[in-house]
Design a binder for this molecule. Structure first.
Ligand SMILES: [Zn+2]
Length: 95
């Protein structure tokens, strides 16, 4: 099992890449706000793992800033993560 960390607004989250995120219901990823642990399904293609991580990071931002919409509204979070991922993926910025 691969271990990584990500800092979100000054808080350290452990990222675990696992074969099974949730035994009760199939999920691409999930976040635990209490233990600061993010679990990502490592059997998915790499770009889907990255997009899922972004999705969970947006949930964390919602929790840390107290934005209810970003904690509980999966549609909003998924739309935001897809839009941000597509915007920054393979982006070459030149000045
Ligand atoms: Zn979600």
């Amino acid at each position: 099992m691969d271990k990584n960390y990500i800092d979100i607004l000054g808080q350290r989250y452990l990222i675990r890449y696992v074969d099974c995120v949730n035994k009760e219901e199939p999920r691409k990823g999930e976040i635990n706000f209490l233990t600061h642990e993010i679990r990502i399904d490592c059997t998915m293609p790499k770009d889907l793992q990255e997009q899922t991580l972004l999705h969970e990071v947006i949930h964390a931002i919602g929790d840390l800033l107290g934005i209810e919409e970003l904690i509980n509204n999966e549609g909003t979070v998924q739309s935001l993560s897809s839009a941000l991922y597509c915007t920054f993926k393979d982006q070459v910025v030149s000045r």
